[in-house]
Design a protein around this ligand. Structure first.
Ligand code: NI
Length: 174
């Protein structure tokens, strides 16, 4: 496995729509494994392929609590096939927008269909943090960031700070 560089916002690859994968082959499995390693090292609980500069509909997640056994998940071509009318609010962050958080409202429960790491069709219904995380990551695959759910004023404030951070990092030679 290999740790991949995480793309920081604003960046065109984070605004692009990722393409479905034809099949979960060894290259996709390797991408999932590398993305998991990258996510754990960050550390984070979810990562979409756009965030490592790959425009394929692949995401990884692990919402296990610290101290609990890890529950790594890889999804290809994930699709929300049902969402509850009931909503929930979660204070979201994102590895592509380090140190920024905001309360985001999303459906509380979702049913999602995807291909797992073995290429097997799966369908799960879930709520809580996993439901929030899946929706956040599928947003990434559609070129949507959590700040896109905020007002333009709040979004631009955060993005301006990130432009500064990226400039600073470039000057530091990181
Ligand atoms: Ni994110």
């Amino acid at each position: 496995m290999a740790k991949l560089p995480i793309v920081l916002a604003p960046d065109p690859v984070l605004k692009a729509k990722a393409k479905p994968v034809a099949a979960v082959d060894d290259s996709i499995r390797r991408l999932m494994d590398d993305m998991l390693e990258t996510m754990y090292a960050a550390p984070g609980i979810g990562l979409a392929a756009n965030q490592v500069g790959v425009l394929k509909r692949v995401l990884v997640l692990d919402v296990a609590r610290e101290g609990d056994a890890p529950t790594p998940m890889g999804m290809a071509n994930p699709e929300i096939v049902w969402a509850s009318d009931e909503l929930s609010v979660y204070n979201e962050g994102c590895l592509s927008l380090p140190e920024h958080y905001a309360d985001i409202t999303r459906p509380k429960e979702v049913r999602v269909r995807y291909l797992d790491r073995d290429g097997k069709k799966q369908e799960i219904e879930t709520d809580g943090l996993l439901a929030t995380c899946i929706q956040h990551e599928i947003d990434h695959l559609d070129g949507v960031l959590f700040v896109d759910h905020l007002s333009a004023l709040k979004r631009n404030m955060i993005l301006k700070k990130l432009v500064k951070l990226k400039k600073q990092r470039a000057e530091d030679g990181e």
